[in-house]
Design a protein around this ligand. Structure first.
Ligand code: ADP
Ligand code: ZN
Length: 195
């Protein structure tokens, strides 16, 4: 029997880079191997389905929505072997301690989340999670402008305007050359660019 050694895996990158697909792939393999898996997502992210992780390519996996990292911690059963967490960037800062504790207890914790916000700045707790992790995978999308590897999410709706979480029309994958930290709709209005 394999010793119960825990660890943390972080899958990070921009929108459309395949983070959810990769998370679903890793968790499915664990389920197929009959490991006890629990999957969580922040309750604020209600794109497509409340109780599922759904990728932009429509892969789906059942998940329990939770409001806070404390609620997540309470819901993890002691016999769970693998904990999956999607949209990790939306959790409160205490998520870092929570996943450290789960890994210390012998669980494998796999998190997916945006490493940068649409301005290119580190996204809330993600740098801490990446530092705490044994494994960090950075996924990249394809730049919708030039086809280069894209590590950034371009916002297409003006700053200050409310955007629904997961509203795919509001963002596009961009490389560092084609990305602007300001919302592109504003740039277009200023410089008269056509879309
Ligand atoms: P993430 O969780 O990182 O937002 P998903 O796993 O939900 O990514 O979706 C990845 C899928 O998004 C890809 O397999 C592809 O079908 C689709 N996609 C849409 N736009 C792009 C893009 N610009 N580059 C790569 N994949 C894209
Ligand atoms: Zn580009």
């Amino acid at each position: 029997m394999h010793a119960e050694v825990g660890w943390i895996e972080v899958i990070c990158g921009p929108m459309f880079s395949g983070k959810s697909e990769e998370l679903i792939r890793r968790l499915r393999r664990a389920q197929i191997a009959r490991q006890r898996v629990q999957v969580f997502k922040p309750a604020i992210d209600d794109r497509y389905a409340e109780t599922q992780i759904v990728s932009h390519s429509r892969a789906a996996l059942d998940a329990q929505p939770v409001e806070t990292s404390a609620e997540l911690a309470r819901m993890v059963r002691s016999d769970t072997r693998v904990v999956g967490i999607d949209e990790a960037q939306f959790f409160d800062d205490a998520i870092v301690e929570v996943v450290e504790r789960l890994a210390n207890q012998g669980m494998r914790v796999v998190l997916a989340g945006l490493d940068q916000d649409y301005t290119g700045a580190p996204f809330r707790c993600m740098p801490q999670l990446m530092a705490a992790a044994e494994y960090v995978t950075k996924t990249l999308a394809i730049c919708t402008r030039c086809g280069a590897p894209a590590g950034r999410s371009q916002r297409l709706v003006p700053d200050g305007e409310q955007v629904l979480v997961g509203a795919v029309e509001a963002y596009e994958a961009r490389c560092r050359h084609c990305h602007s930290p300001r919302a592109e709709a504003t740039t277009r209005a200023l410089f008269g660019e056509s879309s």
